[in-house]
Design a binder for this molecule. Structure first.
Ligand code: SF4
Length: 147
């Protein structure tokens, strides 16, 4: 099975489609639904561009960053890189480690509570207050969907 490359914070962005089986995001949706259909998919965790950003219309390959919110939120790219690194560290992994999706999401459930998500992983993200309210249900539903 092909190994997917996924940046740390996208592990959390995928929780909605992994939990529900639904997504209208053009590049994250197909990746997440593919994992849901094949829970043993190997995932390589990374900091920075991944298999979701690389084909996205907003990724600027010349400067290696996302251009979507650059005008209003120029801090987003650095915050996303920080969240990638935080996610990998909190899980006790190193960048470029590979785990099967089902094992990886069980590890996330074990290591990342709502409090850890908000205070150690997505600490700088401007969307964290919204994400943290649905997190507990979504990680539980995701682990169930991948089991
Ligand atoms: S390029 Fe930007 S908008 Fe596209 S998936 Fe990556 S972070 Fe999201």
């Amino acid at each position: 099975m092909k190994t997917l490359t996924i940046r740390g914070h996208h592990l959390f962005d995928m929780l909605g489609p992994l939990a529900t089986g639904e997504s209208n995001h053009k590049t994250l949706g197909p990746v997440a639904l593919g994992i849901r259909a094949n829970p043993k998919t190997p995932i390589k965790v990374v900091i920075g561009v991944d298999d979701i950003c690389a084909p996205c219309e907003w990724w600027d390959h010349d400067v290696d960053h996302c251009a979507k919110c650059l005008d209003k939120h120029p801090e987003d790219n650095q915050n996303s890189l920080d969240s990638d690194a935080n996610a990998i560290r909190v899980l006790g992994l190193e960048s470029e480690d590979v785990m099967n999706a089902d094992d990886l999401y069980r590890l996330i459930q074990e290591k990342v509570t709502k409090k850890v998500l908000a205070e150690q992983v997505c600490v700088a993200c401007r969307l964290v207050d919204r994400c943290k309210e649905t997190y507990a249900q979504r990680i539980a539903d995701t682990v169930a969907a991948l089991t």
